[in-house]
Design a protein around this ligand. Structure first.
Ligand SMILES: NC(=O)C1=CN([C@@H]2O[C@H](COP(=O)(O)OP(=O)(O)OC[C@H]3O[C@@H](n4cnc5c(N)ncnc54)[C@H](O)[C@@H]3O)[C@@H](O)[C@H]2O)[C@@H](O)CC1
Ligand SMILES: Nc1ncnc2c1ncn2[C@@H]1O[C@H](COP(=O)(O)OP(=O)(O)O)[C@@H](O)[C@H]1O
Ligand SMILES: [K+]
Length: 487
C-alpha cells in the first residue's frame, strides 16, 4: 500500500524517485501528463473544445504538457496563462511551455476567455503556500465563472493538500490526482470543490516512500491480490468456513438476508442466520441456501466467524450482545445495532475481543465515539479507538477508512456514489464475516472485504446507475474475484 504523504513532502518524494531511478523531473512530468491525458481521452470525446489554465509552477507545467498531448489527440485546445511576463516559471514548466505547438492559442487570464466545453485547472497544485494572494483569488473566480465541465489537475487550485477548503477554491467536477490522493481530497467537507476523484499511477518508484513516515495509506487493486487466500483442487467445504450472522429483528429481516446472501457469494461454505423467532419462516424462504436458528443464546462452538447487527433491533439485546462478546472464540464483525448498543453502553467496549471488525457509518460512528465537529476529528478518534481497543474500525462512506490496531489508517480506493443505497452496509458485513470464516486474518479480511465491496458496487453501478440496489452489489461480488484473477 502506498503511504499518503503530507503536501509539503511531495516534492521531496519526487526528488527521491528521481535519485533512485535516474529519471529527470521533466520525464516524470510527462508521465503525469500522459496519465492524465489517457484518463481524459477515455472519458471525453475529442469533439470537445478544451481550455487549460496554467500556473507558473509544476502544476502549470503539467497543464502545458497536457495541452500538447490533447492537441495531438485531436482535441481543440486553447490556453490561459495565469502569470505575468515578469514571473519566474519553474524549470519544467518553462520547458513544457516552450514545447507548446504553434497551433495552440494562448491568452492572458484578464482578457476575453474563449468558449470551451471543458476547462482544465492546472493553475495551482500542492505547491500552494500560505494565504492565497489576491490576484490568485481573482483567477479562481474567473475560472469558476466559465460554463464548462471543470477538471482539476492534481488538486483544485486554492485547496491545500491538508484541511478543509475555504471559499476561494476552484469548483471542480473531477479531480485527477497524481500518485496518491492528498488528504484534503478525501474529506467529505471538500466534496463541493473536488467532485469525482480519480488517483492515477504516474510510475513513482515504490522504494521512494521508504524514507517518509505516515500512518495514512491508500488501498488499491494491486494491494489486495496478495492478501487473498487461494483455494485449490483439494479444497473442501470446511476450508470455506462456517459462519453465523445474527440480526433480522421484526420488520428488518431483509438486512440479515442481504448479509447472508452476500456471505455466500463471497464464498462461505455454510451460513447460519440467527433471527427473531417471529422471522424464522420468512428467513428460510428468503434465503434457501442458509440455515436458520432462533435461540437468543445459541451454541457458538464450531463457528469460524460471527457477524452481529444487521437489522437486529436494540430492544432487550444488550444481554445477548454481552453473551456473544464473552462466549465467541472466533473472530467477530460488529455492525449496525450491535454498534448502537455499544454507543449506548460504552462499558461494552471492554468486552470486545481484540481484532474484532467494527463497521460504523458516520452516524453510528458518532454514537460510538461522540459527536465530532468534522471528519478530521472522526479520523483521529477512529485511530484512537482502534489502538486503545486493538480493534479494526471501518468508517464507511466514500473512501471508507480502515483504522488498524497498530495505528495505520487505510483509505479504500474502490466504490461509487451509487452504493449510497439501503442495505449496502449489510452486504459488507456478510462479506467481512465470510472472509474471516474462510480463515483470512482480520486485517486481510477488512482490507480485501472493503475493497471487493467497493468494486462490486462499481460494477453494479456501471449497469444500474442510480437505480443500483444492494442485491445488485451482491450479484457483482463473484465478478470482483474474476476481475482480480482470484480463484
Ligand atoms: N509526484 C507528483 O505528485 C508530481 C507532481 N507534479 C505536479 O507538480 C505540482 C507541484 O508543483 P510545484 O511544487 O511547482 O507547485 P505548484 O505548481 O503547485 O505551485 C507553485 C505556484 O503556486 C504559486 N503560489 C504558491 N503559493 C501561493 C499563494 N499563496 N498564492 C498564490 N500563488 C501561490 C507560486 O507562485 C507558483 O507559481 C503538483 O501539484 C503536480 O501537479 C508533476 O509535475 C510531477 C509529479
Ligand atoms: N458515496 C459513496 N461512495 C462510495 N461508497 C459508498 C458511498 N455511499 C455509501 N457507500 C458504501 O455503501 C455502504 C453503506 O453502508 P451503510 O450506510 O451501513 O448502509 P445500510 O445501513 O443501508 O446497509 C458502505 O460500505 C459505504 O462505504
Ligand atoms: K490544480
Amino acid at each position: 500500500m502506498i503511504k499518503i504523504l503530507p503536501g509539503e513532502k511531495i516534492s521531496a518524494l519526487d526528488k527521491r524517485h528521481l535519485e533512485l531511478t535516474g529519471q529527470k523531473g521533466i520525464e516524470l512530468m510527462e508521465q503525469a501528463a500522459k496519465a492524465f491525458s489517457s484518463w481524459f481521452c477515455k472519458n471525453f470525446d475529442s469533439k470537445n473544445s478544451i481550455i487549460i489554465w496554467c500556473g507558473a509552477g509544476n502544476n502549470g507545467g503539467d497543464g502545458f504538457a497536457i495541452a500538447r498531448i490533447l492537441k495531438e489527440k485531436g482535441f481543440t485546445v486553447s490556453l490561459i496563462e495565469c502569470f505575468e511576463p515578469s514571473d519566474n516559471l519553474s524549470t519544467d514548466c518553462e520547458i513544457n511551455r516552450n514545447r507548446i505547438l504553434e497551433s495552440i492559442r494562448s491568452s492572458k487570464w484578464r482578457g476575453q476567455i474563449p468558449e470551451s466545453s471543458i476547462a482544465i485547472d492546472a493553475f495551482l497544485g500542492v505547491g500552494l503556500k500560505g494565504t492565497l494572494r489576491n490576484e490568485a483569488r481573482d483567477k479562481i473566480k474567473a475560472f469558476n465563472s466559465q460554463e464548462a465541465i471543470k477538471v482539476s489537475v492534481d488538486i483544485p487550485s486554492g485547496l491545500k493538500a491538508e484541511g478543509v477548503a475555504g471559499s476561494d477554491v476552484v469548483l471542480s467536477d473531477y479531480t485527477i490526482s497524481f500518485a496518491q490522493p492528498k488528504l484534503s481530497l478525501l474529506l467529505p467537507e471538500n466534496e463541493f470543490c473536488v467532485g469525482d476523484l480519480k488517483v492515477l499511477d504516474i510510475g513513482i518508484d515504490s522504494r521512494s516512500y521508504h524514507d517518509f513516515q505516515s500512518d495514512f495509506y491508500f488501498l488499491q487493486k494491486q494491494d489486495v491480490k496478495t492478501r487473498h487466500k487461494l483455494f485449490h483442487r483439494f479444497s473442501h467445504k470446511g476450508d470455506f468456513g462456517k459462519i453465523m450472522l445474527v440480526g433480522g429483528g421484526a420488520g428488518k429481516v431483509g438486512a440479515i438476508l442481504l448479509s447472508g446472501e452476500s456471505a455466500l457469494r463471497t464464498g462461505s461454505g455454510l451460513v447460519f442466520l440467527n433471527v427473531n423467532s417471529s422471522e424464522i419462516l420468512i428467513t428460510q424462504i428468503g434465503l434457501r441456501e442458509a440455515m436458520t436458528s432462533i435461540e437468543k443464546f445459541p451454541r457458538l462452538d464450531g463457528f469460524d466467524a460471527i457477524g452481529i447487527g444487521p437489522g437486529w433491533g436494540m430492544g432487550n439485546r444488550e444481554e445477548q450482545l454481552e453473551y456473544f462478546l464473552n462466549m465467541a472464540k472466533c473472530p467477530l464483525v460488529l455492525d449496525a445495532d450491535a454498534l448502537n448498543l455499544i454507543g449506548e453502553n460504552p462499558a461494552l467496549w471492554n468486552l470486545i475481543p481484540v481484532k474484532t471488525i467494527l463497521t460504523p457509518h458516520l452516524k453510528e460512528f458518532d454514537r460510538l465515539a461522540g459527536e465530532s465537529s468534522d471528519q478530521l476529528e472522526r479520523w483521529a478518534k477512529a485511530k484512537e479507538l482502534a489502538v486503545k481497543f486493538k480493534a479494526i474500525i471501518v468508517l464507511k462512506g466514500a473512501n471508507s477508512l480502515i483504522s488498524l490496531p497498530d495505528g495505520r489508517q487505510v483509505f479504500n480506493s474502490s466504490g461509487t456514489q451509487f452504493m449510497a443505497t439501503a442495505g449496502a452496509g449489510d452486504v459488507l458485513t456478510g462479506m467481512l464475516t465470510s472472509l474471516l470464516g474462510q480463515g483470512y486474518s482480520p486485517e486481510n479480511a477488512a482490507l480485501c472485504g472493503v475493497f471487493h465491496h467497493g468494486l462490486a458496487g462499481e460494477l453494479a453501478g456501471k449497469r444500474f446507475g442510480r437505480g443500483t440496489i444492494a442485491r445488485d452489489i451482491i450479484k457483482a461480488i463473484p465478478m470482483t474475484f474474476s476481475e482480480l484473477g482470484i480463484s
